[in-house]
Design a protein around this ligand. Structure first.
Ligand code: PLP
Length: 389
């Protein structure tokens, strides 16, 4: 049996896959098992932030693998300490808690927010307000946190204590009570359709949280690590959250998640309140340190912005594209024919790896994509849309 047949027979059917088995890649280019070449503007859902097999990253990870591949959390780990220090220095936040994925990072943030409230106010102040159309993960609790009804099915009972606001301050305020401990937002909703929150709305949430000692959590699992032209997306909104979660692009292709907290939360978690066997793996952290080193550079980030603007401009010239939205290199494309799923499948056939979000095409290219590659991606997308007319 070939890869696809084995997959269908032995792997649970949880994903709708494109008809491609990827085998290798370099930069923005991937190759399938038949040797067919693809330009990739999805980067494994924003995970391969520096593209496939970037030399420095491969070197950082593999030399760490040749030194020590894992140690338990009974021992100190230099690569994890270094990564935590970098992130705290860059954000002005205070401490980091490591995990292995975005959902776990959000679980940890939820636990910290609830424990902060429990320690200070006692039992019962534990409600968390998230937004409609948000996405926060696939664990039972992060499904609960996700503000989309279709995610609240089958797996009853879900974790209690979540409320879902419309993306305006009146709606948030109407849900706040003396039971509220946190507000959880994505400044740009990813899976929900590349929805950019209004800047004043985000600032108003910050002010409301300050007033009521409510923890503001920004889920930066997709938007973080340079994706929106800042190290973290909240910087675009001129606020500082109390808790930030990140994952996807941080490891450059290896699984890692973490949350970073402000000074007032730094001692909330204590021995036996949280942990993870695999978290803060030295090889993964060595890769993440390399990614952060590259991406936190001001010039690199300003290039992400310029490339994003350039890409949006070129996309808007395509006949058949209705609108384009996004920040940095996180881009959603609305099609006149509203057939994003179809077009994405045809793009893949035509050699462009692109994904969707709701009814949009979504691009999350490697952050170091070149202008030539952007032109090429736009060209394939244009051809595909015109062929479909
Ligand atoms: C992908 C994503 C998650 C879940 O991350 P996993 O690593 O798949 O658990 C959570 N929040 C946001 C905003 C995401 O985009």
């Amino acid at each position: 049996m070939n890869t696809k047949e084995l997959d269908k027979k032995y792997i649970m059917n949880t994903y709708g896959r494109y008809n491609v088995a990827l085998k290798s890649g370099k930069g923005c280019t991937a190759y399938d098992e038949d040797g067919k070449k693809y330009l990739d503007v999805s980067s494994g859902i924003g995970v391969n932030s520096l593209g496939y097999c970037e030399d420095g990253w491969v070197n950082a990870v593999s030399s760490q693998l040749n030194t020590i591949q894992h140690m338990s959390n009974y021992f100190y780990c230099a690569q994890a300490s270094e990564l935590a220090e970098k992130l705290c220095n860059l954000t002005g936040l205070s401490k980091v808690c490591f995990s292995n994925s975005g959902a776990e990072a959000n679980e940890c943030a939820i636990k910290i927010a609830r424990k902060y409230s429990f320690d200070k106010y006692g039992k019962g102040r534990n409600e968390i307000i998230s937004l409609k159309d948000s996405f926060h993960g696939r664990t039972v609790t992060t499904l609960s946190a996700t503000g989309q009804d279709n995610f609240h099915n089958y797996f009853f009972p879900f974790t209690e204590g979540f409320k879902y606001a419309e993306p305006n301050i009146e709606s948030v305020k109407s849900l706040v009570s003396d039971k509220t401990c946190a507000v959880l937002i994505e400044c740009v909703q990813g899976e929900g359709g590349v929805n950019i929150l209004d800047k004043n709305f985000v600032k108003d949430i910050r002010a409301l949280c300050d007033e009521k000692d409510i923890i503001l959590i920004t889920d930066e699992v997709q938007t973080g690590i340079g994706r929106t032209g800042k190290l973290f997306c909240y910087e675009n909104f001129e606020i500082t959250p109390d808790l930030v979660t990140c994952a996807k692009g941080l490891g450059g292709g290896l699984p890692i998640g973490l949350c970073i907290c402000s000074d007032k939360l730094k001692d909330v978690m204590q021995p036996s309140t949280h942990g993870s066997t695999f978290a803060a793996n030295p090889a993964v952290c060595a890769g993440a340190n390399y990614v952060i080193e590259k991406i936190s550079d001001e010039e690199f980030l300003s290039e992400v912005n310029k490339k994003g603007e350039y890409l949006k401009e070129k996309l808007l010239e395509i006949d058949g594209i209705k609108s384009v939205r996004g920040l940095g290199l996180m881009i959603g494309i609305e099609l006149e024919k509203d057939n994003a799923k179809d077009i994405s499948t045809k793009c893949v056939e035509n050699g462009l790896l692109i994904i969707t979000a709701k009814n949009l095409l979504r691009m999350l290219p490697p952050l170091n994509i070149s202008y030539t590659e952007i032109d090429e991606a736009v060209k394939i997308l244009n051809t595909t849309i015109q062929e479909d007319k």
